[in-house]
Design a protein around this ligand. Structure first.
Ligand code: ZN
Length: 481
C-alpha cells in the first residue's frame, strides 16, 4: 500500500511532504506502554504498544538524521534501555513532553530512512499499536516519510525540508522480474517462505513452541538440502524473526526469479488430537478472483508473466490479456497440484498425513499467476506429540528431505526451459519415474497431451479412456514416449 501511494505521488509529480497524520478517532489520553523492535534485511520495525487508540504525526529531520513521532494527549511509560538496536539505524530513542499534554518521541539515526507509519487495532495477542517502519536507503539519500493513510483535512504544519522522493531500497513493486535466459544452464530457483515472523508468531504449541521459529528452522534446512542438489538454488523470503506482509512474500519470490514457491507452516486446531501434514494449492475460486485482480490492476498489466514463456501483458488487448493470464494461472495451478502431490507422497513416508490428497484453498501466498506455489503444513503444533517432534532437528531434517525429494521429482520431470536440469533431461541423463498428472480447472485431454508431448491416443490408452471427458482432481498416467 505504501509503495502504491508513493508511486501515485510520483505519477502526479508531487513532492513528498515529509509529514502525514493518521487519524484513528477522537483524541483521548493514551500511554505508550512498551516498545518492541524487529530488524529485517532492509528495514526496521518499531512497535509501540498503547493503552488506547492515538492520533500521531511522523516526520523526518536531517543533519543529524532523526525521525520524530508526535502523539498528542499521550505519555511515555515504556523503558527503552533494553531495546536491541544493534544492526538497526536507530542509535537512541528519546521521549519528552512537547507541550504539557503532547508527547514527542525522537529516534536518533545513524543513516537516512524512509519512514512509514500506521496504527493497528487490538487482536488476540496485542492491544492498540502504533507501527513505525524505517526502510533503509541507499547511502547518501535523505530521509522522507511515506505514510499509508494521508489525511487531506489535517492542517499541515511547516514540514522540514523535503528531499526528492527516493525509491525504497527494496521496492515492493510487483512484477520486477529478474530476466531469465531462454537457453543456457541456469539453476532452477525455489523460493522457500517460512510463514509468520516478528510480532506474528503463528500457531502456538505446548511449552511455548512457536510456529514462526519451527518453520524458519525447517525452511533453512530445506534451503540447505535443495541448494546441495546440482542445478537447484533455494532462496528464503524471510531469513530471521521479522514480519513480511503476504503480498510482499510473493513479490520477493518473483524478484528472485523463482520457478516455484513453497510456503512452510505448522497447523493448529482446537481439537488437540488433530494430527498430520498436509499440502495446499490454490483453489479455483481463489485463482478466478486473483486473475480478475491482476487484470484490474493497471500496474500488473505491464508485468511480465514468466510462466507462459515471458509473455508481456502490455502488448495485448484486454480480452487476449485475460486469456493469457488465465492460461498462465491454469498452468501454474496444474503444476502446483502436480508438485504438491509429489511432496505429499514423500512426506507420507516419514510422517503421518492429515489428508492424502493436495487440498485447495484461497491462501494469499499461493496466488501468483506465474509461479507454481504450494503451502506445506508440516504437522499440528497444537498436538503435544507432534509438537515435540516438530521441535527436534532430526524431524525437521526428515521433513526437509521429503519436501526436497518431491520437488526434485517434479523438476526432473518438468524442468523449466534454459535450466541445467532441462539440459540433463534432454540428453537423457535424468531418471524418469512414472509420470502422473492431476487434472485441474481448464485442463483438456488435448492440452495435457501437448504439455507432456505424448500422442493423444497414447494418453487415452494409458488411462483406459473411451471418451475425452476428464474431471478436475482426476489423476492421469502419462505414458512414456
Ligand atoms: Zn501458519
Amino acid at each position: 500500500m505504501a509503495a502504491t501511494l508513493q508511486r501515485i505521488k510520483w505519477a502526479f509529480g508531487l513532492a513528498v511532504t515529509g509529514l502525514v497524520t493518521t487519524l484513528s478517532g477522537a483524541i483521548q489520553a493514551a500511554d505508550i506502554q512498551s516498545v518492541r523492535v524487529w530488524r529485517a534485511p532492509d528495514n526496521t520495525r518499531l512497535v509501540f504498544d498503547l493503552s488506547g487508540p492515538v492520533q500521531h504525526t511522523v516526520f523526518t529531520l536531517s543533519a543529524p538524521e532523526r525521525v520524530v513521532i508526535d502523539v498528542p494527549a499521550s505519555s511515555f511509560k515504556a523503558t527503552v534501555n533494553q531495546l536491541e538496536l544493534k544492526g538497526t539505524p536507530i542509535q537512541s530513542v528519546r521521549a519528552a513532553m512537547n507541550t504539557p499534554t503532547d508527547l514527542r518521541v525522537v529516534l536518533d539515526l545513524s543513516a537516512g530512512v524512509n519512514a512509514k507509519s500506521f496504527t493497528l487495532a487490538p487482536n488476540a495477542q496485542y492491544g492498540h499499536r502504533l507501527v513505525i517502519d524505517l526502510f533503509d536507503q541507499p547511502a547518501g539519500a535523505t530521509s522522507n516519510v511515506a505514510t499509508a493513510a494521508a489525511t487531506a483535512s489535517t492542517p499541515v504544519p511547516t514540514p522540514p525540508p523535503a528531499a526528492p522522493a527516493q525509491p525504497l531500497s527494496t521496492p515492493s513493486v510487483p512484477g520486477k522480474l529478474t530476466p531469465l535466459p531462454t537457453r543456457g544452464s541456469r539453476d532452477v530457483i525455489i523460493a522457500i517462505d517460512a510463514g509468520h515472523g516478528g510480532e506474528d508468531p503463528g500457531a502456538l504449541g505446548p511449552n511455548g513452541l512457536r510456529e514462526k521459529h519451527v518453520v524458519l528452522s525447517i525452511a533453512k534446512e530445506l534451503q540447505r538440502q535443495l541448494t546441495a542438489q546440482r542445478g537447484i538454488r533455494a532462496e528464503l523470503t524471510r531469513t530471521g524473526d521479522y514480519f513480511i506482509p503476504l503480498r510482499k512474500r510473493t513479490e520477493i519470490a518473483r524478484a528472485k526469479g523463482a520457478d516455484m514457491f513453497v510456503s512452510i507452516h505448522a497447523d493448529a486446531a482446537l481439537r488437540k488430537e488433530a494430527y498430520g501434514a498436509s499440502v495446499f494449492a490454490l483453489s479455483g475460486s481463489g485463482a478466478t478472483s486473483e486473475t480478475a485482480r491482476w487484470l484490474a490492476d493497471k500496474e500488473n498489466q505491464s508485468d511480465m508473466i514468466g510462466g507462459v514463456g515471458g509473455v508481456s501483458l502490455d502488448d495485448h488487448d484486454k480480452m487476449l490479456r485475460g486469456v493469457l493470464l488465465d492460461l498462465s494461472m491454469t498452468a501454474s495451478m496444474s503444476s502446483s497440484l502436480d508438485v504438491g502431490q509429489k511432496v505429499l507422497n514423500n512426506m507420507g513416508r516419514i510422517t503421518r498425513l492429515h489428508k492424502r490428497r493436495v487440498e485447495q484453498a484461497g491462501f494469499m501466498v499461493l496466488k501468483s499467476p506465474d509461479i507454481p506455489s504450494i503451502l506445506v503444513e508440516t504437522g499440528f503444533i497444537s498436538n503435544p506429540g507432534e509438537s515435540a517432534r516438530l521441535a527436534t532437528k532430526a524431524h525437521q531434517q526428515a521433513l526437509a528431505r521429503a519436501v526436497t525429494a518431491g520437488l526434485k521429482e517434479y523438476f526432473h520431470q518438468s524442468p523449466p526451459v534454459g535450466t541445467y536440469l532441462a539440459g540433463q533431461k534432454d540428453s537423457g541423463k535424468l531418471p524418469q519415474g512414472p509420470r502422473q498428472h492431476v487434472v485441474s480447472r481448464g485442463d483438456t485431454l488435448a492440452v495435457i497431451a501437448t504439455r507432456y508431448q505424448v500422442p493423444l491416443h497414447n494418453l487415452r490408452r494409458a488411462n483406459n479412456l473411451s471418451t475425452d471427458v476428464i474431471k478436475v482432481g482426476q489423476t492421469l498416467n502419462i505414458p512414456v514416449n
